[in-house]
Ligand binder design. Structure first.
Ligand SMILES: Nc1ncnc2c1ncn2[C@@H]1O[C@H](COP(=O)(O)OP(=O)(O)O)[C@@H](O)[C@H]1O
Ligand SMILES: [Mg+2]
Length: 364
């Protein structure tokens, strides 16, 4: 997948942006506050319906406007697919793909599979399990067509079960009905995740050795309950405890990907720099496996590359991106620092974009 054309209007400080990106590398430079991250944010909106900086939509709308629009032409295996998002200050949203209205932002994701690397990405190691679950589920969502529906069904059952648990007079029969359904969906989610993570670990271990010299890295998928036991039985046994807490305490909604170094949590033993490299390796492994399984390519959005990685590791990352032949959008304050990262790859088609006070200019 590549983004062939990108049009942005009234998103943050961006007035009217209309660019034709390179199918390979796009370097976006400009002073702090010029609008670089906002461009990546706009691409993210096109891919998943929202920003990676905030779940709220209002902050994205230019202060002097009542809506923003992002429109793109995606090259999907030789077929051009127009995709667009419009969001209004009153909360209304329109998502369009291939000339048709689509009901949810999730439907956009299959047209534009994105990987984001920014300062928040580094929370993957030290942040809550939710962040790692989202990381896992990105891959499962993109490679297992049945996953999203099952995930939504499980969420629905969980919501009903939790609201029943909070009632003064809980109907045990009703609870048993939800438990049965929830157990079934949770098991399906587990099977999807387990298989995906098995393949992911294989890819990651190969890659991490080349990318960083850290011994003893281990990834372990945790399904959210004691795998030795039957989840339906666990649910039945935990009713009283769950009732006291007011929510379901074990299940696929508690799954995690545990990342350790010789048995210790990676976030506790690695230096900041090593953590960043490990996270980059995780992100690259995911994009690589995505391509291997689906035959498609995802797009990488990398915010402020020079600020995040030192020169040596920047060029390592760049070589990996190049080997995967993915389209990449990278930002940085200094033009030269960005160009230097790609200097060993003269065959790559690089496009430069200069951002100044919300205006974007292609540099030829
Ligand atoms: N809703 C908005 N309307 C207008 N300007 C905004 C809005 N939200 C943020 N900005 C401004 O947009 C500018 C660009 O931000 P950003 O893309 O983060 O810059 P960069 O990544 O180049 O440092 C900032 O100066 C910020 O104050
Ligand atoms: Mg920025």
């Amino acid at each position: 997948m590549t983004l062939k054309r990108l049009f942005i209007q009234h998103l943050r400080n961006l007035g009217a942006v209309d660019i034709t990106p390179s199918a390979q590398v796009n370097l976006i430079y400009g002073e702090n506050g010029s609008g670089k991250t906002s461009i990546l944010e706009a691409i993210n909106v096109l891919g998943v319906g929202r920003s990676f900086r905030s779940h709220k939509h209002k902050p994205l709308i230019n202060h002097h406007q009542t809506s923003f629009t992002v429109f793109g032409k995606v090259n999907a295996e030789g077929v051009e697919v127009p995709v667009g998002v419009n969001r209004q200050a009153n909360g209304e949203a329109v998502f369009k793909a291939n000339g048709m209205l689509v009901s949810s932002a999730a439907m956009l994701a299959s047209y534009l599979p994105l990987q984001v690397i920014n300062s928040d990405t580094f929370l993957l190691l030290e942040g809550s399990p939710k962040i790692r679950r989202q990381f896992m589920d990105w891959l499962v969502f993109h490679v297992e067509p049945g996953f999203f529906q099952v995930w939504k069904d499980a969420q629905r059952c969980l919501k009903h079960r939790n609201s029943l648990l909070r009632r003064d007079r809980m109907d045990r029969f009703e609870l048993a009905t939800w438990d049965k359904e929830l157990a079934q969906y949770s098991h399906q989610i587990h099977v999807f995740r387990q298989e995906c993570m098995r393949q992911f670990c294989e890819t990651f271990y190969l890659l991490v050795q080349e990318f960083i010299a850290i011994e003893g890295v281990s990834l372990t998928y945790y399904c959210g309950w004691d795998e030795e036991k039957d989840y339906a039985a666990i649910l039945a046994d935990s009713v009283e405890r769950d009732k006291r807490q007011g929510f379901t305490q074990v299940g696929s909604h508690r799954a995690d990907l545990r990342i350790t170094i010789n048995g210790y949590p990676a976030a506790e033993v690695l230096s900041r720099g090593q953590q960043k490299l490990l996270v980059c390796a995780l992100k690259i492994a995911q994009g690589y496996l995505f391509s291997k399984i689906t035959g498609r390519r995802c797009i990488y959005l990398i915010d402020d590359l020079p600020a995040e990685l030192d020169e040596h590791h920047r060029s390592l990352l760049v070589r990996w991106l190049d080997a995967m032949e993915t389209q990449t959008f990278v930002t940085g304050v200094e033009k030269q620092a960005l160009l230097d990262a790609w200097q060993e790859l003269p065959a790559t088609e690089i496009k430069l974009f200069h951002v100044e006070q919300g205006n974007v200019q292609a540099i030829v």
